[in-house]
Design a protein around this ligand. Structure first.
Ligand code: KIV
Ligand code: ZN
Length: 503
């Protein structure tokens, strides 16, 4: 079996796509889960692009262990310096430099001649290699580049010290057979490729990101770059969970394996979906709610006789277990803390205590608490400073007249109450909060999802709001969806205030 490296770019290529931005704590949570999933490399960000990105790369490099951590950099000295500095304390740092090699990008985007591009690649990779033992070079828009020029660029990068060379299908243009031919061509015509790892990075514009990545593996690629839930620019990147499970389920065809702890897949995908507030489609391969559901009588009958009749992989393999009732009203602190630990959470004592109080409050409203509920509680912990804190609310709503909301909050430690009237209950609540807020927020998006199953499911609301040029997401979790809505809006408000957004 050939060992394929999984390079996860959820926190870089994924995070830079609309609606997927995360704050530092959210990125750290995702990075820790990626380490549990045992990806080989986490691309933590693009250090030079903003102070926030620099800090995320740095903190992930300092705190996440057992995994490589990479930062992206253009072929520019200050980018490479920033990447090296942010990665200084990483266990296994990698600088990932890139430059486009297609005629279109060289002429219209870079305004550089092919000779200048080659020179820049050579210099930048050598410069990065002086600062970091592990350097990757990506030839952006590789699939639309001249093949011989591409091989020349990759040969130069290897000679300058790149241990990995990557051929991105930046605009998701390739087809699987074309990708297969390209990988074979590069392997046959690139000097020094036998001592480097050939990687691919496929976007999903034509829905072929995963197929192209698999075709590349079949042709000899040793690394694939991908994202959890396939998030990423435009139509997204190739999905990590689909590539990993295809390689595992069809190892007979691919003769390849990854180091991924597949039983962490479901949890990783749900975790990310909750953080960015983008639910997983029910029919999503591998992790959608219906991926292992058998609705038709014929299928159910077959599965009952022998699961393999309609199941090509087992739900347990991707970490989907029976959503067992694990805790309830009579469960004590010890049982709750044990459950947290069994789910893999190591939380500071005061955080776990806070969660236990929330758990008890939830037990008053919900009879049985499942693992999903516990995970949702952990995900709802916000480390944003609470300038605004909800004390209580009253909302009256009906179909004949306007809704009324009265909200009482602690604002900078002082108790304040505001009321508003509007066409709907959520709008009325948000207007009441607005009247106490020092900043004027614009609600860009609102979504609501049930986190668990059944009539007493927890509802999570995610909002996107903007003010003063910043856009943030806020999340609220409660048994009562109006409370979730209020909490989400206040969470976003606190985030904006912690970013220093002022009127
Ligand atoms: O899609 C792309 O070309 C990229 C590179 C920066 C690797 O994301
Ligand atoms: Zn990309």
């Amino acid at each position: 079996m050939k060992r394929i490296k999984i390079f996860d770019t959820t926190l870089r290529d994924g995070e830079q796509s609309p609606g997927c931005s995360m704050n530092l704590n959210e990125k750290l949570k995702v990075a820790r889960q990626l380490a549990r999933l045992k990806v080989d490399i986490i691309e933590a960000g693009f250090a030079v692009s903003s102070p926030g990105d620099f800090e995320s790369v740095q903190r992930i490099a300092q705190e996440v262990r057992g995994v490589g951590v990479a930062s992206l950099a253009r072929c520019v000295q200050k980018d490479i310096d920033a990447a090296a500095e942010a990665l200084r304390e990483a266990e296994r740092p990698r600088i990932h430099v890139f430059l486009a090699t297609s005629p279109l990008h060289m002429q219209y985007k870079l305004h550089m001649s092919p000779e200048q591009v080659l020179e820049s690649i050579q210099k930048s990779v050598a410069y990065a290699r002086n600062l970091c033992a592990d350097v990757e070079f990506s030839a952006e828009d590789a699939t639309r580049s001249d093949r011989d020029f591409l091989c020349q660029a990759l040969s130069l990068a290897i000679a300058a010290g790149a241990a990995t060379v990557n051929i991105p299908d930046t605009v998701g243009y390739s087809t699987p057979s074309e990708m297969q031919e390209l990988v074979r061509y590069v392997l046959a015509h690139t000097d020094g490729i036998e001592r480097a790892c050939l990687s691919v990075h496929c976007h999903d514009d034509l829905g072929m990101g995963v197929a192209n990545s698999l075709a590349a593996v079949a042709a000899g690629a040793g690394q694939v770059e991908c994202t959890v839930n396939g998030i990423g620019e435009r139509a997204g990147n190739a999905s990590l969970e689909e590539i990993v499970m295809a390689l595992k389920t069809r190892s007979d065809r691919y003769g390849a394996e990854t180091g991924i702890e597949t039983r962490q897949i479901f949890r990783t995908c749900r975790h990310l979906a909750r953080i960015i507030g983008q639910p997983i489609a029910p029919n999503k391969a591998i992790v959608g709610a219906n991926a292992f559901a058998h609705e038709s009588g014929i299928h159910q009958h077959g599965v009952l006789q022998n699961r393999e009749t309609y199941e090509i992989m087992s739900p347990e393999d991707v970490g989907i277990t029976e959503n067992n009732i694990v805790l309830g009203k009579h469960s004590g602190r010890h049982a709750f803390l044990e459950r947290l630990s069994a789910l893999g959470y190591r939380l500071p004592e005061e955080v776990a205590e806070g969660l236990f109080s929330q758990f008890k409050a939830l037990c008053d409203k919900k009879k049985y608490i499942t693992d999903f509920d516990v995970e949702a509680l952990v995900d709802s912990i916000s480390q944003t400073k609470k300038v605004f804190e909800l004390e209580n609310y009253k909302i009256i709503s009906g179909n004949q007249e306007d809704s009324m909301a009265m909200i009482t909050m602690k604002v900078y430690g002082e108790r304040k109450t505001a009321a508003a009237q509007a066409g709907g209950p959520v709008l009325a609540a948000y207007q009441a909060i607005d009247s106490l807020s020092p900043i004027q927020m614009k609600l860009e998006d609102y979504s609501i999802n049930s986190v668990t199953e059944g009539q007493d499911a927890l509802g999570q609301v995610t909002v996107k709001v903007s003010a003063g040029g910043s856009t943030v997401s806020g999340r609220g979790l409660s048994f009562d969806i109006l409370e979730s809505s209020v909490l989400a809006y206040i969470h976003a408000l606190n985030k904006l205030l912690s970013l220093g957004v002022a009127q």
